[in-house]
Design a protein around this ligand. Structure first.
Ligand code: C2E
Ligand code: MG
Ligand code: MG
Ligand code: MG
Length: 287
């Protein structure tokens, strides 16, 4: 009967719900262990100057090396880490590891460009964030100009006054600030400009179809021009083809990131890549 179906439906629903809840609890506990056992790793993706082809930055992207699940991408565990508050200590680990890696590349003479770290809202809520960053820079020896923070527009816009205070205090340390995934929120560039930001990263979804879709091309091109008129550098995310890069070059977009130049790679593989580039440069080979 309909009544019975309804009851079954309900029972089915609660079972689904509780398995979903306990799955989250399992992951939460495993994340806590991962933190103790240093089971997180950073991969790095080069940021490349559109005009010269030079590497001008590296974005640090978090992965969880789980004994049960293998290498887990951030979208699968960061939401749980955010809900449980674990993102705060995890984010602190990311900051330390990324700064230490950037300083290692720098002292090895491999790279003198900023490393970009993604921040989540919960980390941003910690009013001690600027102090933490100052402490990590001091510990690792990395000059502040070689650290970049990536924040999404929705994070910045949540509490504009507070954001502006925290960002100003971070900026006073001498680091770089980028707005990530630009275009996915509802903020206007003119409003964002009130914050001390250096770079705008155009979200991958706006870059994806610029070759095939004239409307998408018009939007991306306009964002580049508007950002430039506000003296912001522009990074295009998710560039996968030479045809996309050609358009970005025509629009004088500053920097690109994407599978076209490299997938995100473990630190050691990036070191090898940088060493290879340097060797080619020393013997005068074209890159
Ligand atoms: P995001 O900061 O926008 O990072 C860019 C994402 O696009 C990365 O996914 C990267 O692997 C992917 N990507 C880069 N180039 C291409 C391309 O050409 N094509 C395609 N299809 N994808 C490309 P990933 O590493 O899975 O990270 C996903 C998101 O997780 C990041 O988006 C960021 O929001 C978040 N995340 C990563 N690491 C951290 C972290 O340490 N802390 C926090 N709070 N969030 C992080
Ligand atoms: Mg990012
Ligand atoms: Mg992004
Ligand atoms: Mg994105």
């Amino acid at each position: 009967s309909a009544k019975e179906e309804g009851r079954n439906g309900f029972r089915f629903y609660t079972r689904q719900l509780s398995s979903h809840v306990s799955e989250r609890l399992v992951i939460e506990n495993q994340l806590r262990q991962a933190l103790e056992q240093q089971a997180f790793v950073l991969h790095y993706q080069p940021q490349v100057d559109v005009a010269s082809g030079e590497i001008v930055g590296m974005e640090a992207l978090l992965r969880w090396n789980s004994p049960e699940r293998g290498l887990v991408p951030p979208d699968r565990f960061i939401p749980i880490a955010e809900d449980s508050g674990l993102i705060v200590p995890i984010g602190e680990w990311v900051l330390r590891a990324a700064c230490a890696q950037a300083q290692a590349w720098r002292t090895a003479g491999l790279l003198e460009a900023p490393v970009a770290v993604n921040l989540s809202a919960r980390q941003f809520d910690q009013s001690k964030l600027p102090e933490l960053i100052a402490q990590v820079l001091e510990e690792t020896g990395l000059p502040a100009r070689l650290l970049e923070l990536e924040l999404t527009e929705s994070l910045v816009m949540r509490d504009p006054e507070r954001s502006s205070d925290i960002l100003n205090r971070c900026k006073a340390l001498g680091l770089q600030i980028a707005v990530d995934d630009f275009g996915t929120g509802y903020s206007s560039l003119a409003y964002l400009r009130r914050f001390p930001i250096d770079r705008l990263k155009i979200d991958r979804s706006f870059i994806k179809d610029i070759v095939e879709e004239p409307d998408d091309a018009a939007i991306a091109r306009t964002v580049v021009a508007m950002a430039h008129s506000l003296r912001l550098a522009v990074v295009a995310e998710g560039v996968e083809s030479v045809a996309q890069l050609r358009l970005l070059r025509e629009w004088q977009c500053d920097i690109y990131q994407g599978f076209l130049s490299s997938r995100p790679l473990p630190g050691e593989e990036i070191s090898a890549l940088l060493a290879g580039l340097r060797a080619a440069h020393l013997v005068g080979l074209p890159l």
